[in-house]
Write a protein that binds this ligand. Structure first.
Ligand code: PEP
Length: 244
């Protein structure tokens, strides 16, 4: 039984004052429910705040990226061990915005996933096709290539990660994949993970998830939860999604 995992991704939003209200609302509003897990991935400077407010609650927290290096002369980078120091349970790796705006390559995403795991932080490895790739009929090929780099990097540790399918055309656009479109890709990802020996890895869907569409997406057999961007900035909306 895989349950449902909902992870908010605040992206580069927030500030000490507004975060305080948002985090407190999550801590107060979320109660352990069998098979349901909720976490938020906040910008690096607010990890201490997330730890302070969410410690003792049932809500987990994490970061939106991690360095592929363990330590050293890598100005601006944040290591997995640093994330672990702040109690991070998760680190998103390979988000399409990192791939698009920061030139992150498949191999780097694999290395970041490995670095997170080495520090005891669970990587949420993102894959997903652009609209042009979907229109060209190459969705399967693209996500297989992206996931393949993570599979190659992790070997037997693959079973310890989370995968998020996030079609780029659905991120922040208000355009969601239909539950059937999501299920089709998730089923392929599941097969690929199982072939690699990772049977029960949670497969999240991301792309304009909100309370109004979460239940239909979460009802799909291979959709094990959601990675939620814009809607996660509203604590009540995120709570509603997580309860879907
Ligand atoms: C995301 O940032 O991972 C995401 C899915 O964004 P949104 O929910 O806003 O589409």
């Amino acid at each position: 039984m895989r349950g449902k995992l909902t992870v908010g991704n605040w992206k580069m939003h927030g500030g000490l004052t507004e975060n305080a209200g948002r985090l407190a609302a999550l801590a107060k509003g979320w109660h352990a429910t069998a098979g349901r897990t909720l976490a938020v991935c906040v910008p690096f400077p607010y990890l201490a705040q997330a730890r302070e407010v969410l410690s003792g609650s049932e809500v987990g927290w994490g970061a939106q990226d991690v360095s592929s290096h363990a330590a050293g002369a890598y100005t601006g980078e944040v290591s997995g061990a640093m994330l672990a120091d702040f109690g991070c349970r998760f680190a998103i790796v390979g988000h399409s915005e990192r791939r698009q705006y920061h030139g992150e390559r498949d191999e780097t995403v694999g290395a970041k996933a490995r670095a997170a795991l080495a520090a005891g932080v669970t990587p949420i490895a993102c894959v997903g096709e652009t609209l042009a790739e979907r229109d060209a009929g190459t969705t399967g090929e693209v996500v297989e290539r992206q996931l393949g780099a993570v599979v190659d990097a992790l070997g037997a540790d693959l079973a310890r990660i989370v995968v998020a399918y996030e079609p780029v055309w659905a991120i922040g656009t208000g355009r969601t994949a239909t539950p059937e479109q999501a299920q089709q890709v998730h089923a392929a990802l599941r097969r690929r993970m199982q072939q690699a020996g990772a049977r029960d890895v949670p497969l999240l869907y991301g792309g304009s998830v909100k309370a109004a569409n979460a239940a239909a997406l979460y009802a799909m057999p291979d959709v094990d939860g959601g990675l939620v961007g814009g809607a996660s900035l509203d604590a009540n909306e995120l709570l509603a999604i997580a309860r879907s």
